[in-house]
Design a protein around this ligand. Structure first.
Ligand code: SAH
Length: 254
């Protein structure tokens, strides 16, 4: 039980920075990180955690702030303790922008290692090649801020697969690759975790219009295991989050 006044979670502001910046006992931040510290109205003497995404967190104290720069001293470096052992990659069919962004934010909080968006037959929306780089930048920024807020030890990588086939090929590389199919009636998640919990899992979910029967066959042929999320039909932004929470629970991570 947490003691009165003790807060679970990290009340200390947390920023991801390049590992090269945290060499030796002092750190000088410029650009966005320094700006962010100023926006939070932090003052010299305040604690800040710098996370280098390489498995380490650095407990620091802000020593000065001004002129677009923030100087900190590193008080302690310790292994990050919030990353799940289970590496889950979410493969989510393109959905309307706000839904994908919602999943990126929530899946980051729930501990996803990476999120891959892919096109499929019944997608109602997908970005064109021209707008994609800007979108990826925005999605990665959403993941970064969710990772900072939730105390993650790394920022999940957000990327895209150029085709449904490529998404299947990549998903199939995990120890357990799950194809969540709204028409699956027999196989449930509980049955798949009776043996040893795998180290890597892929979760693949469809768009607003669901998967076509051909796509279900393709997934099976690629080595993915069809799986149900229960008797109710979940929205395309609910399904990956439900599956992620369920596998994290099964792995003892919740
Ligand atoms: N429009 C479709 C549902 C699409 S739901 C229909 O009405 O049938 C979007 C995606 O969420 C699906 O493709 C699937 O990947 C996942 N999903 C939703 N409910 C599910 C369930 N009960 N079992 C497995 N997957 C589900």
């Amino acid at each position: 039980m947490p003691q009165p006044g003790e807060r679970r979670g990290d009340p200390v502001p947390r920023f991801f920075v390049d590992p090269d910046l945290v060499q030796g006992g002092t750190v000088l931040l410029t650009g966005q990180a320094a700006q962010h510290i100023a926006v939070l109205r932090l003052r010299p003497g305040d604690p800040v955690t710098l996370c280098t995404g390489d498995g380490f967190d650095h407990a620091c104290t802000l020593t000065s702030l001004g002129g677009g720069q923030a100087a900190l001293t590193v008080d302690r470096t310790q292994p990050n303790q919030t990353e799940p052992r289970l590496q889950v990659t979410i493969f989510m069919a393109y959905a309307k922008a706000d839904k994908l962004e919602h999943v990126i934010q929530k899946a980051t909080e729930l501990g996803a290692a990476a999120i891959v968006a892919f096109p499929s037959a019944r997608c109602v929306s997908r970005p064109d090649g021209k707008s994609l780089p800007k979108k990826l930048e925005r999605w990665q920024a959403i993941a970064r801020s969710a990772a900072e807020q939730s105390g993650r030890g790394l920022i999940p990588q957000i990327c895209t697969a150029s085709s449904y086939e490529k998404a299947l090929e990549s998903a199939a590389k995990s120890e357990l690759a799950l194809f969540f199919y709204e028409n699956e009636r027999q196989i449930h998640l509980s049955g798949l975790f009776e043996a040893r919990c795998p180290d890597t899992i892929s979760i693949l979910t469809g768009p607003e219009g669901g998967f076509s029967p051909e796509e279900a066959l393709q997934a099976q042929a690629a080595g993915l295991r069809s799986c149900s999320l229960g008797a109710r039909i979940l929205r395309c932004e609910t399904a990956p989050l439900c599956a992620l929470a369920a596998v994290m629970y099964a792995a003892g991570e919740l």
